[in-house]
Design a protein around this ligand. Structure first.
Ligand code: NAD
Ligand code: UGA
Length: 443
């Protein structure tokens, strides 16, 4: 099948590479010439395990192409995916400017019937909105070319995106058109081999499914974070509580790891967007609003612990914190809405110096938050410890899980660790001579 994918970021490039791997001919379009140049040179501009080799192989074998010109892509394809960003607008609602721009260009340039597939995460009603834009542009040209707009939300997670795309739990196709459903079913058949994995539903239900899924996962995280905060106050241990509740198959173990709050380009903005959509339709989404509020507070919890610890010793001003992990989670270079940024901002605002290290996100961090006064980003996990007053662990990278405790102790001014991901056993840290503070567990 010939497919055009517009927007070559985490979702667009992964989808493109995986569709190409199954023998389809894919043309990727991105407005950013640098992105296209990089991809044409056989390199991948984002860190995503397994993606580069997939992109390289399929490019070399002639199934994957890159361009900045949407017209090129459109001409050759029956199916056009929209996979551009849908950031949070100033009012917390989803900003559709990139989706609108693609819809306009599609309407202005298409010469033959198309199935336009919205894979970006967009508020309920966006497929109708995209349909209106395309129809309006066609009318301006005096053209009457048939097209359908399908919702096909994506559920991959960064760091495991290729795997998620190749073996999805489900594929959601929102359309009322039988022909569109047939084409999408054929395109996804190598990924969703069992019939039940591909669920066809109404367009609005498909759009809502994406928000409901992300908000449910965010709810689990805010819930366990709230439980952790209560555990700290009543002398319980959230790790034990997690095992106790996760063993109930109705609850399950996943997505109930407490920490420094959820970050990333999706949960924070999607939770806010659903609150906005509900408001727009006269509904006050109280539960989802609380999920958002709990998370906003949780992002400050580690900095609060650091402040509280140093308070009796004259505060954090003039002290230095070593910080491990800037990415919003392990296995990605994405620092959008990362909790580390909040920790850094909170403490540097009080005059503390922060020396940070991330295994892959250092370069991005320099571009996006490198300007923060008092922040220094170093290239080694252990260099940041030299002369620091404490260590804070913010991202759950595997390489932080079993560190050389003697070396940490020798490099720090004093053996103090604030663990925002509960990576270490309190007993072990205590035995090794550390003052150790984690989330929802007794020190
Ligand atoms: P991204 O920022 O990584 O990539 C978006 C790309 O679109 C950029 O390369 C940008 O240059 C390009 N672009 C913008 N306007 C364009 C235009 N008019 N024409 C062509 N290209 C254009 O975004 P992402 O993280 O891949 O997210 C895309 C969408 O998918 C969002 O709606 C997001 O919520 C959703 N989503 C993301 C993930 C994820 O893990 N990142 C998972 C599921 C769903
Ligand atoms: C999330 C969803 O998992 C994907 O299904 C979805 O497609 C995607 O959002 C999206 O819509 O973009 P992602 O943001 O890549 O994927 O990462 P997650 O693994 O879900 O983690 C999100 C945040 O929650 C991270 O900051 C992570 O550290 C935090 N988290 C996750 C916890 O604090 N505790 C947990 O138990 C799980």
């Amino acid at each position: 099948m010939n497919v055009c994918i517009v927007g070559t970021g985490y979702v667009g490039l992964v989808s493109a590479a995986c569709f190409a791997e199954m023998g389809n001919n894919i043309i990727c379009v991105d407005v950013n010439p640098k992105v296209v140049e990089t991809l044409e040179a056989g390199k991948v501009h984002i860190f995503e395990p397994g993606l580069e080799e997939l992109v390289k192989r399929n490019t070399q074998e002639g199934r994957l192409h890159f361009t900045t010109d949407l017209k090129d892509g459109l001409e050759q394809s029956q199916v056009v995916f929209i996979t551009v960003g849908t950031p949070c607008g100033a009012d917390g609602r989803c900003d559709l400017k990139y989706v609108d721009a693609v819809a306009r260009e599609v309407g202005q340039s298409m010469k033959s019937p198309k199935i336009v597939v919205d894979k970006s995460t967009v508020p309920v009603g966006t497929a109708d909105h995209v349909r209106e834009i395309i129809a309006g542009e066609l009318a301006k040209r005096g053209e009457d070319i048939s097209f359908d707009v399908v919702s096909n939300p994506e559920f991959l997670k960064e760091g495991d995106a290729v795997n998620d795309f190749m073996k999805p739990d489900r594929v959601i196709v929102g359309t009322e058109d039988e022909e569109s459903a047939k084409v999408l079913r054929a395109l996804y058949s190598p990924f969703a081999r069992s019939r039940e994995k591909l669920i066809v539903m109404g367009v609005r239900s498909a759009e809502m499914t994406k928000y409901a899924a992300n908000c449910m996962l965010a709810t689990k995280i805010s819930f366990i974070n709230e439980v952790a905060n209560i555990c700290e106050r009543v002398g319980a241990n959230v790790t034990e509580v997690r095992a106790g509740i996760g063993s109930d198959s109705r609850i399950g173990y996943s997505f109930i790891y407490p920490g420094v709050g959820y970050g990333g380009s999706c949960f924070p903005k999607d939770v806010k967007a659903l609150i906005g959509t509900a408001n727009d339709h006269g509904y006050n989404a109280r539960l989802i609003r609380s999920v958002d509020e709990v998370n906003d507070d949780q992002k400050h919890i580690l900095a609060d612990k650091v402040k509280a610890y140093f308070e009796p010793q004259g505060g954090v001003q003039g002290r230095t914190l070593a910080l491990w992990g800037i990415a919003f989670k392990a296995n990605t270079d994405d620092i959008r809405e990362a909790s580390a940024t909040e920790v850094i901002k909170d403490l540097t605002a009080l005059g503390m110096k922060v020396k940070a290290y991330d295994p892959v996100a250092n370069e991005r961090a320099r571009e996006e938050i490198g300007h923060i006064e008092g922040l220094e980003i170093l290239e080694s996990q252990y260099d940041v410890l030299q002369g620091a007053d404490a260590l804070a662990v913010v991202t759950d990278w595997n390489q932080f899980r079993n560190p050389d405790l003697d070396r940490i102790k020798a490099l720090l001014n004093a053996p103090i660790v604030f663990d925002g991901r509960n990576l270490y056993l309190p007993e072990r840290m205590g035995q090794a001579g550390f003052a150790y503070f984690s989330i929802g567990r007794p020190p």
